[in-house]
Design a binder for this molecule. Structure first.
Ligand SMILES: NC(=O)c1ccc[n+]([C@@H]2O[C@H](COP(=O)([O-])OP(=O)(O)OC[C@H]3O[C@@H](n4cnc5c(N)ncnc54)[C@H](OP(=O)(O)O)[C@@H]3O)[C@@H](O)[C@H]2O)c1
Length: 499
């Protein structure tokens, strides 16, 4: 008897998935919800179906204790069946600020959305993996959204900003983790259920009628019937496609070029702890104050960001008052070689805070200054690891980092579309050459070093790229970025990377 577990089954698509799965008399369904007793729909089904067809289990996907206790309860339940679980459907999600643009997002709420929509499926899938391994079908479904598509993002600006980036991050997890799970016979499916008439879907009508009038709002049972069909037919080979990559031939002279080398430029260099940034202090001694100024900036801290903006305002006054270009470079990669099964989720939240939320916080705070600048550019330092297309080829390395950078790309690509309308060019940069068969390398920094072990095994012969070469390329790309091309995701050779 195939067994299915559905998260967030109290209402909406989750509840309809349970109804649809129960229509097949051979299925056993475990419907989970934060509070099953509070769901009229689940209670009605519970009365209608016997215990060997339907069980209800409490599970809050963002809470470790709740997921652990649900896992134990499910272990007990499936013991009476086959002992394993055939399919876990990660459906639970929240969209708390559908109509807030990137400038106005409440970042605490965005973090909550990340905890439920991105970490939730990771936590749940990880917890149930031992049971899935014992199941027959071995399927993991991630209910995603067209809003998660980095390809479609520019056409979807003005709606679901924070939700979109949490779902793009989840897609990265599915696509990348899918490779190693496929190797052990587990099918991972990313499934968009359509635009569906639910508490989440219905309030989007205003935007959809104005911007995508041909889109049809479908009933939850229509969506669920389609989803169940797709899940049933999904084959292991559909999980992810392995992309082959090989070595990088450096096309640039190996010399250190700083942005400061252009005598026209005035640079404000920021660091969270200036007293420890010896190289910056040295540069400060070499350049006149009208060429370089240092400012303390801890990107995760609102007070520090506000203070840095105030300082930049003062510093820029003699230079014409506006900021021409903001480069969001700060980032962390805390768990380079940990697999999705082992990642520390609190550290993942920290990486999300630094790599995803902070570039938004900083860009938003500096926006008034950028609006007064001449060039009006915002660069986001992304990574090839952010490409959902390429993700299967990087399975096993920098998994959490890739998740947070995919979400950053969503900010750049989606917000970039509305920034473009007011003359601001956003660009997403991979600080190495883009994608050609012979164009892969990694930049020789503390962060690059930690990936070396993985690279040596999976891409032997890969060359390190001197940091100066990378910086020169980045500056050139930022300089050349044009409003009409925005938003692009480019390597330092000007080649676009796949989203
Ligand atoms: N509706 C659409 O047009 C649409 C389009 C694309 C993708 N999706 C995706 O489809 C899935 C279902 O969406 P929906 O439209 O059915 O949304 P919905 O009507 O708002 O239902 C969301 C469900 O998720 C549950 N949930 C939220 N946070 C949870 C948590 N922390 N732990 C456990 N359960 C939690 C809710 O439970 P409570 O009742 O306890 O709050 C509810 O059962 C989501 O993944 C969504 O992103 C929907």
């Amino acid at each position: 008897m195939p067994s299915y577990l559905v998260t967030g089954a109290s209402r909406g698509i989750g509840l309809s998935l349970v109804v649809e799965l129960l229509r097949n008399p051979t299925n056993y369904v475990i419907a989970t919800a934060r509070n099953p007793a509070g769901s009229q729909g689940l209670q009605d089904l519970f009365r209608e179906y016997p215990p060997d067809r339907l069980s209800l289990v409490a599970m809050e996907v963002s809470d470790k204790a709740s997921v652990d206790s649900a896992t134990k309860a499910v272990e007990e339940l499936v013991r009476a069946h086959s002992g394993g679980l055939d399919c876990v459907i990660n459906n639970a999600a929240i969209a708390l600020q559908a109509y807030r643009g990137f400038e106005d997002l409440d970042l605490d709420l965005a973090e909550e959305e990340f905890r439920v929509n991105t970490l939730g499926p990771l936590r749940v899938t990880r917890a149930f993996l031992p049971l899935i391994r014992k199941g027959q079908e071995k399927k993991v479904v991630l209910v995603t959204s067209d809003q998660a598509s980095l390809e479609l993002a520019p056409g979807l600006h003005g709606i679901l900003a924070s939700y979109a980036l949490t779902k793009a991050a989840m897609n990265m997890m599915g696509r990348k983790w899918g490779v190693s799970l496929r190797a052990e016979g587990i099918t991972v499916l990313l499934l968009h259920p359509g635009w569906v008439e639910t508490d989440m879907g219905s309030p989007l009508d205003k935007w959809i009628y104005e911007n995508a009038p041909s889109l049809e709002l479908i009933a939850t049972n229509t969506s669920a019937a389609g989803c169940v069909r797709v899940i049933r037919d999904a084959r292991l080979e559909d999980t992810s496609v392995w992309t082959s990559v090989d070595t990088y031939d450096c096309p640039y002279p190996s010399r250190t070029v700083w942005q400061l080398q252009d005598p026209q430029n005035f640079v404000i260099a920021t660091a969270r702890n200036l007293s420890k940034a010896r190289a910056l202090q040295e540069l400060e001694g070499r350049y006149a104050p009208n060429r370089l100024a240092l400012a303390a900036l801890e990107v995760t801290d609102k007070a520090s960001v506000d203070h840095a903006v105030g300082k930049a305002e003062e510093l820029l006054r003699p230079h014409g008052s506006g900021l021409d270009c903001l480069i969001n470079n700060a980032g962390v990669s805390l768990q380079e070689n940990d697999r999705f099964e082992d990642i520390d989720l609190d550290q993942l939240v920290e990486e999300f805070r630094v790599n995803t939320v902070s570039p938004l916080r900083v860009s938003r705070a500096f926006l008034p200054l950028i609006r007064r600048g001449q060039d009006k550019k915002i660069a986001f330092m992304s990574s090839r690891q952010a490409s959902i297309e390429l993700a299967p080829g990087f399975s096993g390395v920098a998994e959490p980092y890739g998740v947070t950078k995919a979400a950053l790309n969503m900010i750049g690509r989606k917000w970039g579309a509305s920034l473009r309308a007011e003359g601001i060019t956003a660009v997403l940069l991979h600080p190495e050459p883009g994608l050609t068969r012979s164009s892969l390398g990694w930049v020789d920094t503390d962060m690059g070093e930690t990936t070396e072990a993985w690279m040596r095994v999976h891409m032997p012969g890969l060359k390190r790229l001197p940091v100066g070469v990378s910086a020169e390329g980045c500056i050139r790309i930022i300089k050349e970025a044009r409003l009409e091309d925005a938003v692009q995701f480019l390597g330092i050779d000007g080649k676009p990377l796949p989203w």
